[in-house]
Every structure is written in C-alpha cells, then in structure tokens.
Design a binder for this molecule. Structure first.
Ligand code: HEM
Length: 465
C-alpha cells in the first residue's frame, strides 16, 4: 500500500514538474524584449480554454495583474489584449499604419476574398464605398424602409395565441429582412433554398477550421459554393431579362447609375458581407430587447406609448416611414441600452502587418490585437449604476456620440450598417409591441459569453392585443 502511495505521489509530483517546465518553456519562447506583460499558457492552445471557460473574468483577472495592455495566446494566435480607451481609439483609426482587421483566415475563406474584412487600403475604400451607396440615409428612406416594413408586417403576423421561440424568429427575421432588401421580388421564391445554406455558412465561420467531411467548417464551405451558384443564377437571369430591379442587387448591377463598378464575384462577396454582418448583431439585439422589455414593465410601457402614438397618426395598414422611424427616440435608447448591457459585441480584432511600438511596448508582426470593449459597457464612471437596464440614460447627454461608445466599432471600420440595423430593430419592435403581449414560458437558459445566445431557444407565450 505504502509503495503504491509513493508511486502515485511520485507520478503527481513528476507531472507537476513536467507541466511547469512546459509552461516555462512556452513563456521563454515568447519572451522577446519589449513585449507587454502577460502569460502565454500552453504550447499551441495557449490560454484559450481558460478564456472560454472563465470568459470576462479571465480578462478582468489578467487586467488586474498586468494592466490594460497585456499579452496572451488565445484562439490560436499570440494576442495582445487592449482595454485602454485611448489606445483602443488609436488602434481603430490607424489601419494605414499597419493595424488591419485580424479575423481568422478560416472565417475569411468562407466569406470570400472581396469580403470587406478581408480587404485593406484602396480595395477596402472601394468596397466600403459601394456598400455605403446601397445603405445611405436616402436609400433607407426610399428603398429599404418600405421593404423592411412590408417584411416585418408579414413576418410578425399570426404569432398570437401561440408559443414561439423568439431566438429562432429573430434569426429568420434578420436574414429574411436583409435578403428582401437585396433581392426584392425574387427573394421570396429563393429564400427557402437560401436560408438553410446561409445558416450553414454562418456556423462554418464560427467553427474549428477542420476541413473534413461532416464538420461544420466543411459544411460552411459547401454552403458558400451553393450560395455563389444561387446568386450567380439570379444575376444571369436578371441580366437576360434586361429589366431594372429596385433593390440592392439591382443597384449594384446598374452600371449607368452606380459609379462603383463591381465584378460579379465582388458583388456576390458584398451581398454575403451584408447578410453576414447584419445577421447575428441584429437578431441578438432584437431578442435581448424583447427579453429586457419583458423584465422591465415600465420601459415596455414607455416604448409602447411611443409606438401607439405613431399608429394613432396612421391608417391601420399604413406603413411606417422614415420620419416615423426618426421620431422613435425612446426605442433607439432601448436599442443602445440593450447592446450595452447585453454586450452583443465583445470587441474587435486587428493584426499587425509589421513590428510596431504601442504604448511603449513592441508588438511583433502578425500578432493579433483584441480591442476588448466589453468592460467599457460596465464602467460606473461612464454609465452610473451600470448593471441596471435604464434606457433613459441615452436621452439627455448625447451619449451615443461619445468617444468611448464602441458598440458599433470605431475609426475606419466603424459599422456602416448602424442606421440600417437600428431601423430594422425599431420596425420589428414597432409591430411586436403594438400587436402583442408576451410572457416568458420560463426556464430557458441565456448565455452571455462568448456569444449572447439561448442554447435551447427563448420561448414566449404570445397573446394578441
Ligand atoms: C445592431 C446591429 C449592429 C451592430 C451592433 C454592429 C456592430 C459592428 C461592429 C462593432 C463593427 C466593427 C468591426 C470591426 O471593427 O472589425 C461592424 C462593422 C461592420 N458592420 Fe455592423 N453592426 C450592426 C449591424 C450591421 C448591419 C445591419 C450591417 C449591414 C450592412 C452591418 C455591416 C457591417 C460591415 C460591412 C462592417 C465592416 C465595415 C468595414 O470593415 O469597413 N452591420 N459592425
């Protein structure tokens, strides 16, 4: 027995020494002079497991030990985490100095080589310009909002007296609403085929990049191929018909009116960009707004008042227009407060194209920089009583124009779809709160990290007004 104990203790002791040696070796490997403080964890996996398991607590711990700018090794890459507000701003506005988007190559491969996050410099300027003309305020007013309104009206019909999964409904909504803006009248006929492919594409971008049959990553690639062939067919049919369509694809193809001339491949990648970028952001914000409104009856009452007043000015079936949308001040505040408190976006990724000096430290070429903005949302100096859902805080002080407000990113890559996204969520809320009352069925789990999601759905019992 004693021998066994000695052997086991010996093995445990040996394992401890071995692990410590490996950790130490990995630290030494990355101990270049001038690097920021921090730890690199295990070879290959780094500190990914701790990061995913502990979530925000991991970041807070490391910050308390090493300050606002520290090194780590997460999600497959040596990474600098920056939680310093001034430095974050500097990083976001200085892409030209070699601080380009740092999203994983595996994700960009599925999204396409002309995807906005994959292009830099002039190519980025051009693709972004092409996108901005499609979603400008004038376009929202005359082309997009009417389509969004028509879509929401029909998507939100017949929910009364049933149990729905609001997560599923808002996901379908985010996809179908964008798709209608892109492909107008043809969107309905193709959507049943397109939607499952799109969902596979999204899953592929969020999965481990193992390209073997039956992996989500492989399915994501396959979905990209199918989506390309669907879009190519649509473009060819439109070209053959010679008719002009008044939707995003129609505008992209209209070489007389549109000064941005894109190849078919670029058009397809831009369409995938629009669908992808506005999907999880819009759907999750909408779901969480419904959740917070349910939990805060006073806020719901105020939102409802705003929307009932808009309805009162209109015929029962009259669509909401741009001026109605702009008058939804409280709804906008609810959307900001939802994005802040739920932290729909934890931060953005950049990478260095050369060795560079930042904050007195050296950041080597090819390292990722995680501009981690989550904690800003809970800073009591910026948002008093930060854990309370209080949309009124957005009404007085012009908070949305403050430098520290990074829910929509900042600098050269600031979200071009901000206004469009808010218009979609506002229109959704308009029809939801004026048509329905709802109770949570209860018991559904909500995860806040690494993504905000309800793993088994968020079920609501809906009744008609
Ligand atoms: C509530 C809704 C939304 C939120 C919270 C949001 C958030 C963000 C954030 C944080 C970024 C910066 C990414 C970075 O710096 O790397 C971004 C970029 C972007 N967003 Fe949004 N977004 C929303 C809706 C939309 C919509 C509806 C579209 C549709 C067109 C869109 C299109 C884009 C694009 C194309 C970029 C990349 C811009 C570039 O790299 O130049 N977003 N968004």
């Amino acid at each position: 027995m004693a021998v066994l104990i000695v052997v086991v203790l010996g093995m445990v002791f040996g394992l401890c020494i071995f692990s410590t040696a490996i950790l130490k070796w990995n630290e030494v490997r990355y101990s270049k002079k001038g690097l920021p403080p921090g730890t690199m964890g295990w070879p290959v996996v780094g500190e990914t497991t701790e990061f995913l398991k502990q979530g925000p607590a991991f970041m807070k711990n490391q910050r308390s030990r090493y300050g606002n700018f520290f090194k780590s090794h997460i999600l497959g890459c040596p990474t600098i985490v920056s939680m310093d507000p001034d430095l974050n701003r500097y990083i976001l506005v200085n892409e030209a100095k070699g601080l380009v988007p740092g999203y994983p190559q595996s994700m960009l491969d599925i999204l396409g080589k002309s995807n906005i996050a994959a292009v830099h410099g002039l190519a980025h300027k051009y693709m972004r310009g092409a996108l901005l003309t499609l979603i400008s305020p004038t376009m929202i007013r005359h082309q997009l909002l009417p389509k969004i309104d028509e879509f929401m009206r029909s998507h939100l019909s017949n929910w009364g007296n049933s149990v729905i999964d609001i997560q599923e409904k808002t996901k379908e909504m985010a996809f179908l609403s964008s798709w209608k803006q892109i492909a107008g009248i043809e969107s309905g006929t193709i959507s049943q085929e397109f939607m499952p492919e799109f969902f596979n594409l999204v899953l592929g971008t969020l999965s481990l990049p193992i390209n073997l049959p039956n992996t989500n990553y492989h399915r994501g690639f396959q979905a990209r191929k199918n989506i390309i062939s669907l879009l190519r067919k649509l473009i060819e049919e439109r070209r053959a018909s010679g008719k002009t369509s008044y939707d995003m694809l129609g505008f992209l193809m209209n070489s007389e009116e549109n000064k941005y001339k894109l190849t078919d491949d670029e058009m397809i990648d831009l369409i995938i960009t629009i669908l992808y970028s506005g999907y999880e952001t819009v759907s999750t914000t909408s779901m969480m707004a419904v959740k917070y409104l349910h939990d805060h009856p006073k806020v719901l009452e105020e939102v409802r008042k705003e929307h009932v007043a808009i309805r009162a000015r209109k015929e029962p079936d009259e669509p909401i227009d741009y001026d109605d949308y702009k008058s939804m001040r409280f709804t906008r505040a609810v959307i900001y407060e939802t994005s802040r408190l739920a932290t729909i976006v934890n931060g953005v990724l950049r990478k260095t194209t050369k060795d560079m000096q930042l904050n007195g430290f050296i950041v080597p070429e090819g390292w990722r920089i995680y501009v981690y903005t989550r904690e800003i949302n809970y800073d009591p100096c910026l948002y008093p009583d930060p854990l309370t859902f209080n949309p009124w805080r957005w009404l007085d002080k012009g908070l949305e124009n403050k430098n520290f407000f990074l829910v929509f990113g900042g600098g050269t890559r600031q979200c071009p779809g901000k206004e469009l996204g808010i218009a979609e969520i506002s229109t959704f809320l308009h029809y939801f709160v004026t048509r329905y009352r709802w109770e949570e069925v209860g018991g559904d789990k909500l995860m806040k990290f690494p993504r905000v999601e309800a793993p088994n759905g968020l079920h609501l019992k809906i009744s008609t007004h």
